[in-house]
Design a protein around this ligand. Sequence first.
Ligand code: LLP
Length: 434
Amino acid sequence: MDYFHYKEGKLFCEEVPVEAIVKAAGSPCYIYSANTLREHYRKFYKAFSALDPLICFSIKTCNNLHIIQELVAEGSGIDTVSGGEIFLARKAGADARNIVFAGIGKTDEEILFALDQEIGIFNIESAEEFENLARLAKMRNKKVDAALRVTPDVVDEKTHAKTKTGYKGSKFGVDIDKAIQFFNTYGKDTHVSLCGIHIHIGSPIYSPAPYEIAIKKILSLIEELKQQGHAVRIFDIGGGYSADYEKGKSASYEDFAAVIVPLLKPYVEKGMKIILEPGRTISGNSGILVSKVLYRKEGGHKKFIIIDTGMHHLIRPALYDANHFMWPVVSDGISNEGRVVDEKGEGLQAYDVVGPICESSDYLAKDRYLPEMKKDDLLAIFTAGAYGMVMSSNYNATCKPAEIMVDKQQVFVIRERETYEDLIRSDKKSTLTV
Ligand code: LLP
């Protein structure tokens, strides 16, 4: 699962005590395990290796340059959704041909940047976007590959309403029943070769079943397209593969592959290229957010633990009611190695774990059973490597935390903690000539 584990009541990241890291780096901080990242990538690739896929790590989950570099070194391609992400992927050394560019609102500047970088494939989400890409590719005299993002009308009921994407009426992609018409209209463009299909059915997806339904729907679409003279040679099945927010919560890579590989293998044997865009399943369990207890208090029937991090550093509980397992970094006597969120063991009490931000939605857990904690104790919030730091903000003029990476016994600062000066760095007044 990952290399965060307790030894004699103390949390370690790989071979280093987390307490020692925080003593040196300060609190709060994100701590990543390099070997968890690498191992997740390798295991994911291995599970799907029969498809010889292009794995494009979704850097919207975690875009620290040094993390991207680790995955690029493993051979990963990159799933991007903005010019900025393409820039980061290239800075991290990703081969442009292994970059996919999705997103419903690509600007002309972003498209031109992607064309100039000669990225591998554009995932197209509307007719107007296709026409715009064709116009810009012609202007730059480039030939590019594109995949049509199709909405297969499949959802996983367990996925939060705010992160479901595969349903009809979602803002993403083109309805599956409009796909043939799309290929008939745009399939012969001279600058944009419409040669692929892309899906992303939502995140997280906890079991293989929704993939099975969606892929079967797309394979019959591909057969119909073939009959109409359109050869689909790339099938990008997107991301969504869950992470273990609690131990064993998500299906394993082998479980996903056992369903997906047999469906796609016959097509791969006939020359189809498969792309997968895993995000959180690679990075989620690779990172924790560590925070310090500031105060305790009681209000009404509630007990509160007030910590020095919150929605400004990890917004998932506030935005999606997400459950992140958390436990004291030094936990004498009481262990919860199973990472079970609602464990009500002896010595545990229910607390609301809240941050310093002036919002009632600034909490990281509600009614969470935890051992007693006191001022300056450290609390680790697990599975924070995906959609953690990337969604952080400076709300309430707070500084973003440091990011630390551990590789066995070595510890690196990979992003410095922000300072007050960083808060005003871009606040420059100048005359705008209009
Ligand atoms: N590919 C596409 C086209 C996507 O839109 C996404 C995520 C991924 C891949 C990666 O999905 P993953 O494997 O990480 O589940 N902020 C939300 C999740 C938003 C997902 C956006 N798209 C959260 O914290 O749960």
